[in-house]
Design a protein around this ligand. Sequence first.
Ligand SMILES: NC(=O)c1ccc[n+]([C@@H]2O[C@H](COP(=O)([O-])OP(=O)(O)OC[C@H]3O[C@@H](n4cnc5c(N)ncnc54)[C@H](OP(=O)(O)O)[C@@H]3O)[C@@H](O)[C@H]2O)c1
Length: 300
Amino acid sequence: MGNTFPTIKLNDGTDFPVMGFGVAGLNKGEILINAVNQTLEEGYRFFDTAPFYGNEMEIGEALRGSGYKREDYFLSGKLPNDCHAYNDAINAFHKTRELMGMDYLDMYLIHHPMPMYGKYLEAWKALEDLHEQGYIRVIGLSNFKESHIDNVLAHCNIAPATNELECNPYFTIEGLRRHCQEKGIRVITWFPLGGPLNPPPPIPPRPENFIQMLKDETLNAIGEKYGKTSAQIALRWAVDSGMTPVPKSGNPKRIHENADIFDFELTAEDLARIDALNMDRRLGPDPEYYDELSPVAMDV
Ligand SMILES: NC(=O)c1ccc[n+]([C@@H]2O[C@H](COP(=O)([O-])OP(=O)(O)OC[C@H]3O[C@@H](n4cnc5c(N)ncnc54)[C@H](OP(=O)(O)O)[C@@H]3O)[C@@H](O)[C@H]2O)c1
């Protein structure tokens, strides 16, 4: 099976990689197939997918064609935002599973809480049942804030194991991370490198004075100390802070660069310097107000 990234235990006892691979924006065709093959060789095992990314079928095909056994990789999917009603959630899961050509998924997350519809508890019940039926090994959340998490915990039979959140050195969400940690929920971080330069909707276009996080002087200075790039420092910060980043790249050099972070550790002083870079800069939509079903509300 070759090289693999280290793992930690989730609250349900599952071994979970400390870093994964995000596939949003990964172009289909040769780039995607090569990226999947290379990531597996480099030690990535956790693949973060969603129907929204438009490449579930191709990711499934690439993984099945990779020569790796099913139990060698950890495949995660997400429930679409318009499928929180119980039967819709069950059907959406099976659609994803079948598109990917898989008997089961290793993890499945509610993509957004969409609290204005008040249906995420119904969706959670569907995930619990799919878990009981053996279709999903680990169930979790994405973009859930403190009140949404507490609501799930107050009503669930199975506690969420993970919560996938926008987080990077410019948006450190310390309070929400602490809340997840106290509840035994592992944080997975999206936009770990500061996000793509030309994001698709619903991410708003970058403002004119946008500072690209990977050009940050402190990240680069810390990187020089270890012979690493600012991207590697941002990823290592997430891992050393107890989170699982899911960087995306379709570029072989950068896929390798992002994997090459397990031969050093940041000191407490480095971590504190990076924590201090926080500017509460959210690039994605605020989950409290994000309503995919109403285009007007997306501007919030
Ligand atoms: N749960 C959610 O709501 C949610 C929302 C958004 C994203 N996500 C997940 O998070 C993953 C990551 O997000 P993202 O891809 O948008 O943002 P990201 O990982 O922060 O940034 C990716 C961008 O950085 C570039 N890049 C990658 N490695 C680099 C390096 N070493 N140096 C310089 N640039 C580098 C990539 O371009 P190249 O491809 O050209 O290298 C890409 O444009 C997604 O793929 C998805 O799986 C989840």
